[in-house]
Design a protein around this ligand. Structure first.
Ligand SMILES: O=C(O)C(=O)C[C@H](O)C(=O)O
Length: 299
């Protein structure tokens, strides 16, 4: 399968199910086994919804192994391996490369945000890509990365590296800026990092998305892309608007904890977040139940 085929479609940024602050690997495995029956293209583990920053390296490795072993053969696996330094990112990526990970997802370094110039980011990702045993994708999420926004100019340079194959755009910017920055013929693809820009991204040349609501409504998320591919733009628009509204009501304020509550209601094991993230309060949980019932998603 080509890189483009492996990256085309919807990915669930897999949550890490915590019970009393401990990872429940059995529940993680059961989530994957259930999602294997969906139309998802694959999974991203250790992303934002995976609460990757709250795991030890040892736990992160065990999560990757659990997902890699539980996923069906047709599913692509991305894993978040970004650390603050290029050195640590390379070391961790090398550690997990042989566990069945297809692509690394590397978050922009951001502790020294004011120093993350185009030059610094180009050097960082080039160094990581030069030494990574697996292809890498760039993860751009300024709201969680001290405002660091990798520029389209930097992407136009990095897209030419044979081992950098894409970007997950979770910024608030126009996703078309990245699509248009990719030099003709470069093997580099753009994925939307939010349901809110997913359909717009497809219209502008993105090839898929990593969508938190794909954890609990996988096939409805995939249906947007199916309708778009079939030229049914009006129906795609209608479904996209519906899912954006649900997403806003579910995880607009509650974030990962809310995604987990929606999963718990819809037959998955979201369980609870790990501190510092707090679980939702009773009234917030009830509100999500009401939204899902109102949408006919919960009886
Ligand atoms: O959890 C991640 O990592 C994501 O990519 C989620 C995505 O950014 C979203 O908010 O849907």
């Amino acid at each position: 399968m080509s890189i483009k085929e492996k990256l085309t479609g919807v990915f669930a940024p897999i949550v890490t199910p915590f019970v009393n602050q401990e990872i429940d690997y059995k529940k993680l495995k059961e989530n994957i086994q259930k999602l294997n029956n969906s139309k998802l293209k694959g999974y991203l583990c250790l992303g934002s919804n995976g609460e990757f920053r709250s795991l030890t390296d040892e736990e992160a490795i065990k999560v990757i192994k659990t997902v890699a072993k539980s996923k069906s053969k047709d599913k692509t696996l991305l894993a978040g391996t970004g650390r603050e330094s290029a050195w640590a990112t390379i070391e961790f990526t090398k550690k997990v490369a042989d566990f069945g990970v297809d692509f690394a997802s590397v978050l922009t370094p951001h502790y020294f945000a004011s120093k993350m110039t185009d030059e610094a980011l180009i050097k960082f990702y080039t160094e990581v890509a030069d030494k990574s045993p697996i292809p890498i994708t760039i993860y751009c999420i300024p709201r969680s990365a001290n405002g660091v926004l990798i520029s389209p100019r930097a992407i136009s340079v990095l897209a030419q590296h044979h081992n950098i194959v894409g970007i997950k755009d979770s910024s608030k910017e126009d996703i078309g800026n990245y699509v248009n920055a990719v030099p003709k013929g470069a093997e580099f693809y753009v994925l939307s990092g939010s349901i809110n820009k997913f359909l717009d991204g497809l219209k502008k040349g993105a090839i898929g998305g990593v969508l938190s609501m794909a954890n609990y409504l996988p096939d409805l998320c995939c249906e947007i892309q199916e309708l778009f591919n079939d030229g049914k733009c009006e129906e795609a628009e209608k479904l996209s608007n519906r899912l954006c509204k649900i997403n806003e009501k579910v995880s607009g304020n509650g974030g990962v904890a809310a995604v987990k509550v929606a999963m718990n209601f819809l037959g998955y094991y979201g369980m609870e977040p790990r501190l510092p993230l707090l679980p939702l309060k009773e009234d917030e949980i009830e509100e999500i139940k009401k939204v899902l019932k109102g949408e006919g998603l919960l009886s």
